[in-house]
Design a protein around this ligand. Sequence first.
Ligand code: GUN
Length: 275
Amino acid sequence: MKTDKLLDGRAFAKKVIDKYERKISKLKAKPVLAVILVDKDPASHLYVRLKEQACQRAGIIMEKYFFKKTTTSKLLSLIRHLNSSRKVKGILVQLPLPRGIDKAKVLREIIPEKDVDFLNPNTLGQILYDDEAGPCTPKGIVKLLYEYKIKVAGKNVCIINNSDLVGRPLALMLMKRNATVTVCHTKTKNLYDYTKKADIIISATGNPGLVKGRHVKRGVVAIDIGIKKIDEKIYGDIDFKSVSKKASFITPVPGGVGPVTIAMLVENMFEASKK
Ligand code: GUN
């Protein structure tokens, strides 16, 4: 496969983090990111470790608030305390939260100035107007496309995911940039009718090999956010072997959107530090 087809998320993320490392070194104090993690889900712990490594490289201090078990009201009072701290510039609640915790209530408690993940609905609304606003994964995808000069205006984009973390904000962000967006999900009938028409496919389902070469048109841009670990190996949603033969651009898994998501957290932290 020609390497000029690869959307190299690792290289782009490094460029972004290097840029913010320079900017953050000029701030009066190192900004602090408070990360709240409930549960012992190994994937969430891995994501937070990767976020911590990126923060360390950029000069951001991560304060960790890890709980095996807690309650909504304890989380709310912790967030209120962090909201009023002068040194804490960003607050991130790693998702998913365990059942029994009121996710919407918890996320709404983070003040918009410190909501570096854009998960409070009051913060999320900014994506309708502000090009720099956005949750880390959708923002990372938009910036990765821009980095490779892939135009979205007038393109048919098929997103396979309708979550609050990815599909719904991403659809709005691409719509704002004049893409024609279709959002597919588990209840979509005849998924491949949509993928076959798409100029850009963005998939985040966790079903390895969901999208194969026969489901896409020639020249497609294929962005894979699906992650499934099978026998210590990570698989995406998009069958790399068959789709890469037809694609004009494709993300590898791993090394595609994942590192860019983390770089966007660094970017959002820098923006929050200025507030
Ligand atoms: N869980 C999986 N991805 C994310 C993310 O981008 N932010 C948060 N807070 N939790 C996640």
